[in-house]
Design a protein around this ligand. Structure first.
Ligand SMILES: C[S@@+](CC[C@H](N)C(=O)[O-])C[C@H]1O[C@@H](n2cnc3c(N)ncnc32)[C@H](O)[C@@H]1O
Length: 450
């Protein structure tokens, strides 16, 4: 399940404790650790509040760092700097906070005093934050010159998005900084999206239809509190990711009518979101392969809740000799490992964790996986290649290069790059329009019959 970014800081936990927690998350991210495991280390009672503050801080980190540079040319020690940057991000962010700016400053200073690692920096933090409150407009204006501050992404990332999407780069970066709504995929074996919206409305939970199988909630809430969770009526899945299974099945079901059950390989399957969608839509035999044994356990758990079954295999997709039974597949889904540059609004740490060299490294892995899995596909079969990335090296360029190198591959009409669509506060999403989704890339490749 995705973390729920929109939960508000808990009223029962003092703000200074939540600020300490958010600073520890920022420290972990600056140390190269992903936010999700770092949050798991936070005390369960503190977690929702810490998560909400950490999400906000990571979305405003570029601005906060630029402000800190204006306030102090030399950064304080890492723990104090993390706390100061979290407080600055919260003080300068546009979203309405449930506390005043002065409370925030008092609580940040309290947070500093309550930890040995920051105790000696408490008056420094106090001075910086109070100066920020006094000179806010002038300091903000000074940081306007810095793209890092304006866009809250590293400079190399801004340059890359701009190069890959010269007319849409600003919209992409803006969408990355917006909050993503909670989107569900309805399990069509149990209920329908329209029925599920009715069930939500009956509980006074606002919701809209999106795409063929999706429902957008107007306000995020814990998924376990939603009707039908334990019974497997839905999964959490962004609207763009919900296109994978229909895209693969579309051509295959038409071509294979009246023939034996489709054999499908989901080559990078964990935690099983798209495997489950395939099984919800068609009676087919799915091999759900993933290199990570622990993540394979999550495929099993998710399928069990949804009442679905697949052949789950732990193995390396680039070494079929270790797991393939030699029978070709009708369809292959390759949801390849990637930079995750399309899902930044749900994972605001990603932009700070990636390095520019990651793109070429991941593109090389994706090319190897594509080339290795292609021979496992039947003539006339389909392979859907997808990544949750907006970088063209992991999308358009990858698919074009593959088709050029493989004369038996036909690049079918495909969605291509779906760019992230940010939700605008107060905007109403017309029912059933794909106006709200993450960034994704899809290519449908068909193998010529001999
Ligand atoms: C984008 S995630 C897949 C998400 C999944 N398809 C879903 O919808 O829930 C990519 C997955 O690829 C797996 N992976 C990475 N390299 C792999 C390899 N060589 N063989 C198999 N799986 C791999 C990772 O462990 C990760 O679970």
């Amino acid at each position: 399940m995705q973390p729920q970014p929109n939960s508000s800081p808990s009223a029962q936990v003092p703000l200074w404790r939540q600020l300490q927690g958010a600073a520890s998350i920022l420290l972990a991210v600056r140390d190269g650790q992903s936010m999700t495991p770092a949050l798991e280390d936070v005390d369960a009672q503190l977690r929702p509040g810490v998560q909400a503050l950490a999400f906000h801080a990571l979305r405003w980190l570029g601005r906060a760092e630029a402000l800190r540079q204006q306030l102090a040319k030399r950064p304080p020690p890492p723990e104090a700097d993390a706390l100061l940057c979290v407080a600055l991000a919260l003080a300068c962010g546009e979203e309405a906070a449930p506390y005043t700016a002065h409370t925030l400053v008092d609580q940040a200073v309290e947070a500093a005093k309550r930890s040995d690692a920051t105790l000696h920096q408490a008056s420094f933090i106090n001075g910086c934050l109070r100066r920020f409150l006094r000179e806010r407009d002038a300091l903000m204006a000074l940081t306007e010159k810095s793209p890092l501050a304006v866009w809250n992404h590293p400079q190399w990332w801004i340059d890359r998005v701009r190069k890959d999407h010269p007319t849409q780069w600003q919209d992409i970066l803006r969408a990355n900084n917006s909050r993503a709504p909670l989107i569900l995929r309805i399990n069509e074996r149990k209920t329908t999206p329209a029925q599920y919206v009715q069930a939500l409305l009956a509980m006074d939970i606002g919701a809209f239809l999106i795409g063929e199988h999706g429902v957008v909630l107007t306000e995020a809430r814990p998924v376990m509190s939603l009707p039908g969770f334990a019974e497997g009526h839905f999964s959490v899945q962004d609207a763009a990711a919900q296109l994978a299974a229909p895209l693969l099945l579309e051509g295959l079901m038409a071509a294979g009518e009246g023939q034996s059950r489709l054999r499908i390989l989901d080559a990078c399957a964990a935690p099983g979101g798209k495997t489950a969608h395939l099984l919800e839509l068609a009676d087919c035999d799915v091999t759900a392969l993933d290199i990570d044994a622990r993540r394979c356990e999550r495929i099993a758990q998710n399928l069990a809740r949804l009442g679905l079954q697949a052949h789950i295999v732990t193995g390396d997709a680039s070494r079929p000799g270790n797991w393939w039974d030699g029978q070709p597949y009708d369809g292959i889904l390759l949801d390849a490992p990637c930079t995750a540059s399309g899902i930044v609004r749900r994972h605001p740490d990603v932009r700070w964790l990636r390095r520019p060299t990651d793109i070429a490294q991941l593109a090389a892995i994706q090319a190897r996986l594509l080339a290795t899995l292609w021979p496992l596909l039947k003539p006339g079969g389909r392979l859907v290649y997808c990544t949750c990335s907006v970088f063209t090296a992991e999308g358009e360029q990858q698919a074009q290069a593959f088709a050029a190198d493989h004369p038996d591959a036909v690049l079918m009409p495909s969605p291509g790059h779906l760019l992230p669509q940010g939700s605008v506060k107060g905007a109403v999403f017309p029912d059933n329009l794909m106006r709200e989704h993450d960034g994704f890339y899809y290519a449908v490749l068909e193998k010529r019959s001999a």
